[in-house]
Design a protein around this ligand. Sequence first.
Ligand SMILES: Nc1nc2c(ncn2[C@@H]2O[C@H](COP(=O)(O)OP(=O)(O)OP(=O)(O)O)[C@@H](O)[C@H]2O)c(=O)[nH]1
Ligand SMILES: [Mg+2]
Length: 281
Amino acid sequence: MLCLQNNSNIVLLGDSAVGKTSLISRFDAGLFGSDYNPTIGKKVTEKEIFMDIGGKPYQMNFMIWDIIGQKGYKYSQTTSFYNAKGAIMVSDLTRKETLASIMSYWIPLVLRVIGPVPMIFLGNKSDLLEEKEYGLQEIEMLAGSCKAFGIGRNAHVVSAKTGENVEAAFEDLAQLLMTNHVPVKLGVDLRLMDKTEVNSVKDALDHIMADFADQFGKMEYATPFLQHQLTISRVDLDDPDRDSVKRFIDNLAMAEGLYKEAFKSEENQKKRHMILMHVRN
Ligand SMILES: Nc1nc2c(ncn2[C@@H]2O[C@H](COP(=O)(O)OP(=O)(O)OP(=O)(O)O)[C@@H](O)[C@H]2O)c(=O)[nH]1
Ligand SMILES: [Mg+2]
């Protein structure tokens, strides 16, 4: 029988360590690891699912984007997901503040960058029963305020560790994407976004990474370079200090020197040090 196909880019968003990468790995490969390696830049996973909607077979081809989760890296985040068709908002059931930041940080960012696309809301780590700080009811309340972005089931309690509800959650998003009209983009000019909001060392680092990725072509290609340079410069993404970001700028310039003309990498280096000099803390 003929199968209707749909291709969709989707993005997982939520604070650091809520389990975005783990959910993708569970969904894609059925695997779970207890080590924590923060995601930097952007990684893409392709996965298709087959569904039956109203008696008709559907195939959904997902391109799943996993991006930097640290709050404050708005510019890098923005360049990573600006043409996503849907979003999975992940919070950690053992940390209530991660649910609050879906409302205060992640939804506003999505609305500003891509507009009101279908979203689903997951509370992850349901296996940690003893440490739970909230449950499905609170997630449903939050999801309820976003019903306008797609009608259907859009809240789940999940576990990347046990696999509970993980597949069902992705299927719900697929269903929302297939049955709801995706509104047109807001048309935000990403290059102009937040250029004036560089107030801290973290903001400066965010802009420097986004600028590097912008010149490199795409965030996903730039990711391995950025990751390596951040590691050798000993930058702590949660709380970057000025000296480590200076090392990062110099190391980036050295790396860029390998494939760019010398004057261009020097110009970049100067520009990036200037950005850092202009922030106070
Ligand atoms: N018990 C339990 N631990 C989990 C679960 N999901 C993720 N973890 C653990 O939580 C930690 C963070 O998981 P990640 O998947 O790396 O989190 P993330 O949201 O991708 O983090 P960033 O990339 O920094 O934004 C890791 O140590 C995981 O093993 C879960 O369902 N149950
Ligand atoms: Mg991650």
